[in-house]
Design a protein around this ligand. Structure first.
Ligand SMILES: [Zn+2]
Length: 475
């Protein structure tokens, strides 16, 4: 974009690329998370995603489905849900009561927000009818079902499909058999499992956990391990090579950064910049260049999506403060607000750089010239020169965005010292509610989603009040 050639004119302007997002209702207003999660990541890492971090769930859910089909029950979604929930609840409880030394499951247990505190109290018994998660089919419905279908473990069922409910495939039944063989000797399976309404003692839950826990998959004698490893490497045939390529790149990173921890932040930096704040470096081996380039573009997109979300948050924040949730604001006012937010002298101060004297009225060219100059590059060498140690780079801007989550109005701005050291990057990959998708996220007091939700509530309340007043006038 910086080069002044016919392909890269000196007056760049936004251009649409491939159309990837069909607008839907929901809370992903800019569509950025959806395109990443539903379209880009499935190309890089097919049928594996950050919400399905425990492969043993594949076996557990295949097992539950197989047990459902082995029984003489109505083949209806309702009957499947009724069968599923008590057994999934108890599994979730068990994941919190595993007492094996190697137990290190710290996240990704579905239903934990309810079952974690219940298990922590260590009551003598657990009632399997406890309502533990809103989604009718828990983590299966939310995350694992599509993955199981993608790996050929399940034939999806439902309206307009051949089966009324999901059915395990032959491969799914094989996996179910291995899971069953791990837990069939437990008293819970033999005494309580058959009943939808059961009261299970904590001793039985602990015994079940020792056999069934997610942490057991790594045991050399876990019978479901070989099947799952084969699935991971080979299925489905069309997309498994992409997954293997990503796996090879991860192993290559592990090999070349031997001795240095690679957490989410370091992974992003290594893939995008080739270096990380902890001093480790990464250059992919030759045959992984293509895979690495794809991941690098994905990380670039993450940084830009974070920036766009930040600007959207700022705009929503300002819009609400201007009463925009109750009456329209003019486009001129919106444009003025966006322009007023472009304070590059302030940005430079935050980055400990001399101010360039640019604001919202400056030409885009001037911004590009400043960036190239700050980094000490030419237009041709910008990408390779703008590394992690450059005074301004994507990661530094991301850290600033995380650190200075200020309200839009100047009167509500917190005071701060521009030279205050930046905190470590905390990418939100943990499996909590706001980070479930594993993207870089801006967690502020009010996210765009919350802002929009409050707008919707106000609008509904306003409508109700008007209806009431017009009704009383008519009356
Ligand atoms: Zn465990």
């Amino acid at each position: 974009m910086i080069e002044g050639s016919p392909e890269f004119p000196r007056d760049p302007h936004p251009q649409w690329i491939a159309h990837m997002y069909a607008a839907t209702s929901g809370e992903d207003h800019l569509g950025l998370a959806s395109v990443s999660s539903d379209q880009i990541l499935p190309m890089l890492s097919p049928t594996i995603n950050v919400a399905t971090v425990h492969p043993r769930y594949h076996g557990f859910y295949a097992f539950l489905l197989d047990e459902f089909w082995r029984r003489d029950l109505p083949r209806s979604p309702r009957a499947w849900i009724q069968f599923f929930r008590p057994r999934d609840f108890l599994y979730s409880i068990a994941m919190h009561l595993c007492d094996r030394d190697e137990h290190d499951v710290i996240g990704g247990v579905t239903g934990s927000r309810k079952t974690g505190p219940i298990a922590a109290r260590e009551p003598a018994t657990f009632d399997t009818t406890t309502n533990y998660i809103k989604e009718p089919l828990g983590g299966y419905g939310l995350y694992y079902r599509s993955v199981l279908a993608g790996l050929g473990l399940v034939y999806p069922g439902g309206p307009r499909l051949p089966y009324p409910v999901d059915v395990p495939t032959e491969k799914g039944k094989d996996l179910a058999t291995t899971f069953r063989s791990e837990i069939e000797v437990t008293a819970y399976y033999q005494q309580d499992f058959d009943q939808d309404q059961a009261v299970v003692t904590i001793e039985r839950v602990r015994e079940y956990a020792r056999a069934a826990c997610l942490c057991r998959l790594r045991a050399p004698d876990a019978t479901d391990g070989p099947i799952l490893r084969d699935l991971f490497l080979e299925e489905p045939r069309e997309t498994a090579p992409d997954r293997r390529a990503t796996m090879r790149m991860l192993l290559d990173i592990a090999d070349r950064t031997d001795g240095q921890p690679v957490d989410q932040g370091a992974f992003r930096q290594l893939v995008f910049f080739g270096t990380a704040s902890n001093g480790s470096r990464y250059e992919p081996r030759g045959d992984l260049a293509d895979t690495h380039t794809r991941w690098r573009l994905y990380q670039a997109r993450e940084y830009y999506a974070f920036a766009l979300t930040g600007m959207f948050v700022n705009l929503c924040d300002w819009g609400i403060e201007q009463g925009g949730d109750l009456r329209p604001l003019s486009l001129d006012a919106v444009a003025d607000q966006v322009s007023a937010g472009l304070q590059f002298d302030r940005l430079a101060a935050l980055l400990d750089l001399p101010g360039p004297g640019l604001d919202g009225s400056a030409p885009f060219d001037a911004l590009l010239d400043w960036l190239v100059g700050v980094v000490g590059a030419s237009a041709e060498t910008f990408d390779e020169t703008c590394g992690l140690d450059a005074p301004v780079n994507e990661d530094a801007l991301y850290r600033l965005g995380r650190h200075f989550g200020e309200p839009a109005s100047p009167h509500r701005r917190r005071s701060h010292d521009a030279r205050e050291p930046l905190p470590p990057v905390r990418a939100s990959g943990a499996l909590d509610v706001s980070g479930m998708d594993g993207h870089l996220s801006l967690r502020r007091g009010r996210s765009p989603e919350r802002l929009i939700a409050s707008c919707a509530r106000s609008a509904r309340a306003c409508g109700r009040a008007r209806r009431r007043s017009s009704t009383s006038r008519i009356g």
